[in-house]
Design a binder for this molecule. Sequence first.
Ligand SMILES: [Mg+2]
Length: 205
Amino acid sequence: MTNRDPTVFVVDDEIQARDSVCALVRSMGLPAEGFDSGEEFLKYYQGQAGCVVTDYRMHGMNGIQLQEALIKQGNALPLIVVTAFARTPMTVQTIKNGAVTLIDKPYDNDNLWKAIRVALNRDVLQRQQKNDFAEIRLRLKSLSGKEQTVLDYILKGTTNKTMSSKLDVSLRTIENRRRKIFSKLRVDSVAELVKVVLESRVHQS
Ligand SMILES: [Mg+2]
């Protein structure tokens, strides 16, 4: 799945509206797949790359509920909500939930296409970031127990000298473990080390 082109998933209960968005996407050279309802899309979706263009008002769940369900599944797929009912509270909620944009119906092809490009770029960035954190977690796991202990001391700001006496090993041993940690985590400074470790903890989900 990961090597496939990103797909634009079009969710709309009106077949004409759905088909016209799919046709626009395909005319731009990207795959599009249409779904009759949010429920149908959720049943199908397995984490593929891409974005969603969804109608707001549909039978069954609406566009916002679809977005919430995706977020709950851990799939924060960028979403474009097309609506004839762009009321302010809904807009605020949508943006707060991370939807890329809200487009008024009837929409202009150029605007919709622009929003799709933004959404697809955002999906690429989100996936890249997710991979980066997974990679960092692997590097952290590669630390030995003793290196882990030294890392914990470094994060607390403990000096090499204090570590040496607390762990009852030579200063040279501490320095060697430090070097190993820096090399395994591919960082060049304590500041970078702290940043990498803290970020990987924040994104542990
Ligand atoms: Mg509808």
